[in-house]
Design a protein. Structure first.
Length: 108
């Protein structure tokens, strides 16, 4: 069963758009907070930091948020990190993922 799940997750990642990959990273980070997996959480936050496009001013805000989450994770405050990332993930899905689908439906 675990092998089938891993295969599914690998395929999901391989077939994901860059936008979907960010959502997957948020989900993986939130899962890591439930597992209290500090190492994995910090690695995922580092990936999110490296994925930022610093041509946009908002990237600095996200960078600071991810950096703060890393700091809090090092103090094993997983609930706080989960709360922050859940809010960001939900906003991401609402504005980017659902927004793209709405734009596509409107264009048709």
């Amino acid at each position: 069963m675990n092998s089938a799940l891993n295969t599914y997750q690998i395929q999901q990642i391989k077939n994901a758009t860059p936008t979907e990959l960010i959502g997957i990273l948020y989900d993986m980070a939130i899962q890591a907070t439930y597992r209290k997996d500090q190492v994995r959480l910090i690695k995922i936050l580092s990936l999110l930091m490296r994925s930022l496009n610093h041509d946009y001013e908002v990237a600095e805000n996200f960078f600071n948020l991810y950096e703060y989450c890393q700091h809090v994770a090092r103090d094993n405050q997983f609930d706080e990190v989960r709360e922050l990332l859940t809010g960001v993930r939900d906003a991401w899905y609402d504005s980017v993922v659902k927004g793209n689908k709405t734009a596509l439906n409107t264009a048709v």
